[in-house]
Design a protein around this ligand. Structure first.
Ligand SMILES: NC(=O)N[C@@H](CC(=O)O)C(=O)O
Ligand SMILES: [Zn+2]
Ligand SMILES: [Zn+2]
Length: 425
């Protein structure tokens, strides 16, 4: 195993120091380190962050390997500065058995680019009818702790209650896609001024807020952990603020796109902007940014949702919802938050690692800590070219935009997965 000596790097924004990476851990930190056997990397101007952790990634394998595979999504993740991703269960077959989650986990190990932690489905086939084998998935080699029907809402309150009760035994968490299905029938975009003008059926904010309100009350009632996926409205923030003040064990995520883009993008009729929950208003964006700074929203999660060309380059109404996120998330975070490195490390690495219970991730680079880290060049700007992305899909909403920041290197347990901005395998 090669050792790496990173010279003059700022660890999470602190004054420059040297980091020696050896045998999978950060062996030493301090000024003026030497190590004759180590490969030296110049860290001048770079910031070292704990490897990013994505709590919400769609890898599409098994079933839609034309859109993404565990390997291609892992490569996209490493290039985005991630060392761990949680893979959503809406694959085909659905990840609702020990067999499927173990398969995804094994494919992640084989690719060896990030730790792939499978998420298990809450209900059989994501159909919302009966609980999946949560215990068997928790006991499997994949050690599943997060369960989600993402793509669908666990709409039945009794099933949601049972799921919350069930996962308590092993400190699991239910990650809810908060969407009251009766309020979003036929929905194409955010319900508001723009949808009225375009004549498209709207997805009202209350469809999200009503489910979050119900679920925080259920979580409080049973004393279980709830995680809310892709929070998108100002009203949801208020419900979460209230629940947290009451001591409910609820955590929440926001996506990069909901922090940056608004429903005005629908005026282009370009389905690259079609996503669930939909892009909202500038008022919502401002509330989400404030909630993220304050901690009412705990983390940034990408909801990386690759889709094949035929599912995106068609009429708006027929296009699948979702957009790419892994390779651009840190740049959007930098754009939105500025160089607040401690906040970025907290929202994109430490907190998601805690919520997911991922040992060895989410710890700042320091002696003895597993060497899961990423090096960022904050001064660099890059123009996003969809054809150059490592994802198998091309549905980025940031095409040809110039974004701040570039991932220079990523290490997974001391092995570089990215060097000089390129994947090592
Ligand atoms: N976000 C999306 O618009 N789509 C996701 C599902 C989901 O996250 O709800 C997908 O799997 O494509
Ligand atoms: Zn969802
Ligand atoms: Zn999703």
């Amino acid at each position: 195993m090669t050792a790496y000596l990173i010279k003059s790097v700022s660890v999470v924004g602190a004054a420059p120091t040297d980091l020696l990476i050896r045998d999978g851990v950060v062996a030493e930190a301090g000024a003026g380190l030497t190590a004759p056997d180590a490969t030296v990397l110049d860290g001048t101007g770079l910031v070292a962050l704990p490897g990013l952790v994505d709590l919400h990634t769609h890898l599409r394998e098994p079933g839609r390997e034309d859109a993404e595979t565990v390997e291609s999504g892992s490569r996209a993740a490493a290039l985005g500065g991630y060392t761990a991703v949680c893979a959503m269960a809406n694959t085909s077959p659905v990840a609702d058995t020990a067999g499927v989650v173990e398969q995804v986990w094994r494919l992640g190990r084989e690719a060896g680019l990030v730790d792939v932690q499978p998420i298990g489905a809450v209900t059989v086939g994501l159909a919302g009818g009966q609980l999946a084998e949560l215990g068997a998935m928790a006991d499997s080699a994949a050690r599943v702790r997060i369960f989600s029907d993402d793509g669908h809402c666990v709409a039945d309150p009794k099933l949601m209650r049972r799921a919350l009760e069930y996962v308590k035994a092993f400190d699991g968490v239910i990650a809810q896609h908060a969407e009251e299905p009766r309020l979003t029938e036929g929905a194409q975009m955010h319900e508001g001024e723009v949808s009225t003008r375009l004549g498209l059926t709207g997805w009202p904010a209350v469809a999200e807020e009503a489910i979050i309100a119900r679920d925080v009350l259920l979580a409080e009632h049973v004393g279980s952990r709830l995680h809310v996926c892709h929070v998108s409205t100002a009203g949801s923030v208020e419900v979460l603020r209230h629940a947290k003040a009451r001591g409910v064990k609820v955590t929440a995520e926001v996506t990069p796109h909901h922090l940056l883009l608004t429903d005005a993008k629908a005026e282009t009729y370009d389905p690259v902007y079609k996503v669930n929950p939909p892009l909202r208003t500038a008022t919502d964006v401002a509330a989400l940014r404030a909630a993220l700074a304050e901690g009412v929203i705990d983390i940034i999660a990408t909801d990386h949702a690759p889709h094949a060309v035929e599912d995106k380059e068609c009429e708006w109404a027929y296009a699948r919802p979702g957009m790419l996120g892994l390779e651009t998330a840190l740049s959007i975070a930098l754009d939105v938050l500025g160089p607040q490195w401690d906040l970025i490390a907290e929202r994109m690495s430490r907190a998601p690692a805690r919520i997911a219970g991922l040992d060895g991730h989410g710890a700042d680079p320091a002696p003895g800590v597993p060497a899961n880290l990423t090096l960022v060049d904050p001064a660099a700007r890059r123009t996003i070219e969809p054809a150059e992305l490592a994802s198998r899909s091309r549905n980025t909403p940031y095409a040809r935009m110039a974004l701040p920041g570039r991932i220079v290197a990523t290490f997974l347990r001391g092995e570089p997965t990215v060097l000089d901005g390129k994947a090592t395998k």
